[in-house]
Design a protein around this ligand. Structure first.
Ligand code: FE2
Length: 275
C-alpha cells in the first residue's frame, strides 16, 4: 500500500461464543444448537479466529476495521463481553473499529445491541451502528454504519430497513458535503432482493429494492456487508463493483481471512484477502 492511502479491513460473521474460563459449555442453549447446526460450538476456537483476523488487520496497515454483523451467536451478554474483550486485546484503538449488529446479535433480546453499546462495547459506540444516519469520518472515506437487525425467532434471519431509515440514507447519499470521497455503508445483510418471495421473507432485507435505487443514483456510495459468509463483489450498472461481501471469520480455519480494500482516486477497490 502507498504511504498515506486509506486501507479498510473488513471482517464479518464472527459468531462469538462465551469463551471465558468456566463459561463455555454451561451457557449453551437449544438456540445455540439450532443456529450452529453444522458448525462446531468451539468457543475458544472462535475467539482465536477473531484475534487472528484482528492481528492481520493491524499487520497489513488497516486505517479502519469494519465488522459487518453476526458478531455473536445469539447476542447473549456473555458473548458480547467476550467479543469486547477480544477487540480490546487486539490493541486496535476503538475509534478505528466500526461494528454493526446482524440477525444473530438480536436473537436473545430486542434490547441486546443497545445494551451492549451502553455496556461492554461502550468504547466502540461512537464509531458503530446506533443513531440513524451517523457518519464516521475516516481519512479518505466516510463510513455509515447501519443497524438492520431486529429481534425475531431463531427460525427467521431477515433484516430490516424501514422507510425512515431509507430516508436518512438517501439524504446522506445526496449530501454534497459527503460526496467528495467514498461513502461506505456497513450493514449485515446484502442489499439485494432475494430470488423468491419466501426466501426474501425468511432471509432477505426488507427495503432492499429502495436501497438499490439509492445505490444506482449515487456512485460514491459503496456497501460492505456480511450474512452470506462468502466473498461477494457486485458490479452495478455504472460498471464498477460497489457492493462487497466478506467471508465469515467463524467458517475459516484458525488463520481467519480478512477482506481488504484500498481507496484510490476517490474509489474503493477490493485489494484481496489476507490471513
Ligand atoms: Fe452469519
Amino acid at each position: 500500500m502507498e504511504g498515506n492511502a486509506t486501507r479498510i479491513a473488513h471482517l464479518s460473521d464472527v459468531h462469538m461464543l462465551d469463551a471465558r474460563p468456566g463459561r463455555a459449555r454451561s451457557g449453551l442453549s437449544m438456540g445455540h444448537r439450532f443456529l450452529s447446526l453444522g458448525r462446531p460450538l468451539d468457543a475458544a476456537g472462535r475467539r482465536r479466529k477473531l484475534a487472528h483476523a484482528l492481528s492481520t488487520a493491524r499487520r497489513v496497515g488497516a486505517t479502519h476495521v469494519v465488522v459487518s454483523g453476526d458478531l455473536t451467536e445469539i447476542g447473549a451478554p456473555g458473548e458480547l463481553e467476550c467479543l469486547a474483550e477480544t477487540l480490546h486485546d487486539s490493541g486496535i484503538a476503538p475509534g478505528r473499529v466500526t461494528l454493526v449488529p446482524g440477525n444473530h446479535d438480536l436473537y436473545t433480546s430486542p434490547e441486546g445491541w443497545r445494551r451492549a453499546l451502553e455496556g461492554p462495547l461502550a468504547a466502540f459506540r461512537a464509531t458503530s451502528a446506533g443513531r440513524a444516519g451517523h457518519v464516521v469520518e475516516v481519512a479518505g472515506v466516510n463510513v455509515l454504519p447501519l443497524d438492520v437487525a431486529r429481534h425475531q425467532p431463531v427460525t427467521r434471519s431477515a433484516g430490516w430497513l424501514d422507510d425512515a431509515d431509507l430516508d436518512v440514507l438517501a439524504a446522506r447519499a445526496a449530501d454534497p458535503g459527503l460526496a467528495t470521497q467514498p461513502l461506505l455503508v456497513v450493514q449485515h445483510h446484502p442489499p439485494f432482493v432475494r430470488k423468491t418471495q419466501p426466501l426474501q421473507w425468511l432471509d432477505g432485507l426488507v427495503g432492499a429494492a429502495r436501497f438499490m435505487e439509492v445505490l444506482e443514483a449515487f456512485r460514491h456510495v459503496f456497501v460492505l456487508h456480511g450474512h452470506l459468509h462468502a466473498a461477494v463483489s457486485k458490479v452495478l450498472s455504472c460498471g464498477v463493483a460497489r457492493v462487497f461481501g466478506a467471508t465469515a471469520v467463524v467458517d475459516d480455519e484458525d488463520a481467519a481471512r480478512v477482506r481488504l480494500y484500498d481507496v484510490r482516486g476517490g474509489v474503493l477497490e477490493a485489494a484481496g484477502l489476507a490471513s
